[in-house]
Design a protein. Structure first.
Length: 115
């Protein structure tokens, strides 16, 4: 069974940067598309960024495009989300997702941006 553990969240000021990590255990995810989502209290979970199994293709939500970068290191079974130019509206829980069957989710890491 695949398990995902996110880390790297924290509190930073507006304009700052954070790098989130998602480490997978249980099996290799080198053949799976990986993604980051976020969810604020009382709101639906929203897509943030995705990366193909090969790493050659990435896609981003309009809200983060140009500021966030998703990458993967299959040797470490890890996916990253580099976040720059952070804004208070980026404050929420961030979740890692693996397009396994069924889909796998981590428990999330909290990101807070102070104004």
């Amino acid at each position: 069974q695949v398990q995902l553990v996110e880390s790297g969240g924290g509190l930073v000021q507006t304009g700052g940067s954070l790098r989130l990590s998602c480490v997978a255990s249980g099996r290799t995810l080198s053949r799976d598309r990986m993604a980051w989502y976020r969810q604020a209290p009382g709101k639906e979970r929203e897509f943030v960024a995705g990366i193909s199994s090969s790493g050659a293709f990435t896609d981003y939500s309009v809200a983060v495009k140009g500021r966030f970068t998703i990458s993967r290191d299959d040797a470490k079974n890890t996916v990253y989300l580099q976040m720059t130019s952070l804004k208070p509206k980026d404050t929420t829980l961030y979740y890692c997702n693996a397009s396994t069957s069924p889909p796998c989710w981590g428990r999330g890491t909290q990101v807070a941006i102070s104004s």
